[in-house]
Design a protein around this ligand. Structure first.
Ligand SMILES: [Mg+2]
Length: 394
């Protein structure tokens, strides 16, 4: 490398392994070693949110229906989600990450990027930081993480995925192109099942083949931006680790393993995301005025829709109602490969008072009643009442 070449960035991607399922197994060791899934009911609209590695061996994964999961794995142990617990553990993990870099981007409840710029003097190499993170998080939470590292977020993410579970894989900058060349294109975030099958028709299944593909083939099949896929296949990604301004927007999104068209399954996934967003708002003592829905279709098009709330809120109920209305308008049965929810346009609840001006007497009573029910019967009672339709209860 010439002396004046810019130093490669050093980025880690940290991902908790089978997060919801691992929390359940940690909290109930009797589940260890068994096929466990976290998800909702066996009715028509039941959906899996997370699966242990033992369950994954049977083909059980996030975003498939609970019926399909049961068919694939009759001995599956289904556990109702406890979102407050997952948010609590997530918060604990993110606080542990804080000690290792000031530049951290939390991308979902169980994933974050760290930019290690300027931390080497203090903490040592990316390898050392990654090992220490694994040790600390295991020690403090009992959970395993997988850590990937590289000069871009893209490479770090693919490396953590390749190392799972309980993995550690740092790709040195000069090895990135060669390492990626033998990885399947399906590991590139954003290349979903439809794009994969289009690429397969062109004889492309590996990143190395995509990187070498003629531009005109990609333009013909993917449009004018098709050749950009080659950059991804080479690991070229300049996107910064975005610490965001915690006070600008707070969002969660889920990339689906299979494209999902069923509006009710999308709605259930959306409720999960909203619960997590609302919990984080309450943790940060923020109220949001604006709710954003994000969808990505099978052609990589992002769709975002926003709406103002009638009152600033950090409760799941009003945020979910707003997000659900956006979803009903935006999604009309087309398949999607990503769904996200975000809250923005904040006001501090210290200014407004969570239970003062921001919410009506009725909302306050309903929340208190819901908290009471949650305390007695668990989170699922509330969700069931909201999601189940009469035909499903029969
Ligand atoms: Mg994970």
């Amino acid at each position: 490398m010439p002396a004046n070449a810019p130093t490669a960035r050093s980025i880690l991607h940290v991902d908790l392994d089978a997060f919801f399922a691992s929390v359940e197994i940690h909290d109930n060791p009797a589940l260890a070693g068994k096929p466990v899934a976290v998800g909702y009911g066996d009715g028509q609209r039941g959906v899996i949110c997370a699966a242990s590695y033992e369950a994954r061996a049977f083909g059980v994964r996030a975003a498939i229906s609970t019926r399909l999961a049961r068919a694939r794995c009759p001995q599956l142990i289904l556990v109702e989600p406890r979102h407050d617990r997952y948010s609590e553990v997530s918060h604990q993990v993110m606080q542990l990450l804080d000690a290792w870099s000031p530049i951290i981007e939390q991308v979902s409840i169980d994933e974050a990027y760290l930019d290690l710029a300027g931390t080497t003097q203090l903490h040592g190499s990316a390898d050392r930081v990654a090992s220490e993170l694994k040790r600390t998080i295991k020690g403090e939470t009992g959970l395993t993480i997988s850590v990937g590292g590289g000069a871009s977020k893209l490479v770090a993410k693919i490396a953590s995925g390749a190392s799972k579970p309980d993995g550690l894989l740092i790709i040195p900058p000069r090895d990135e192109a060669a390492w990626l060349s033998t990885r399947p294109v399906s590991e590139i975030p954003g290349i979903g099942p439809v794009a994969q099958s289009t690429l397969r028709e062109l004889g492309i299944t590996l990143c190395g083949q995509l990187a070498a593909a003629p531009d005109d083939h990609l333009v013909r099949r993917f449009g004018p931006h098709g050749p950009d896929l080659k950059l991804l296949a080479r690991g070229e990604d300049n996107s910064p680790v975005d610490t965001g301004d915690a006070r600008k927007s707070l969002g969660r999104e889920t990339t689906l393993d299979e494209d999902i068209a069923d509006p009710h399954v999308l709605e259930t996934l959306l409720l999960d995301l909203v619960e997590s967003v609302a919990y984080s708002l309450r943790q940060e003592r923020l109220l949001a005025r604006t709710v954003t829905l994000k969808l990505k279709d099978t052609e990589f098009q992002s769709i975002t829709r926003q709406v103002k709330l009638p009152q600033p809120s950090n409760l799941s109920g009003p945020i979910f109602e707003a997000a659900r209305a956006l979803l009903a308008k935006a999604a009309q049965g087309e398949p999607y490969r990503l769904i996200g929810a975000a809250a923005s346009d904040f006001t501090s609840d210290e200014q407004l008072g969570l239970f003062d001006k921001g919410h009506t007497e009725r909302e306050r009573a309903v929340t208190a009643a819901a908290d009471e029910l949650r305390a007695r019967f668990g989170d699922s009672v509330i969700r069931r009442a909201r999601l189940l339709s009469p035909e499903e209860e029969s």
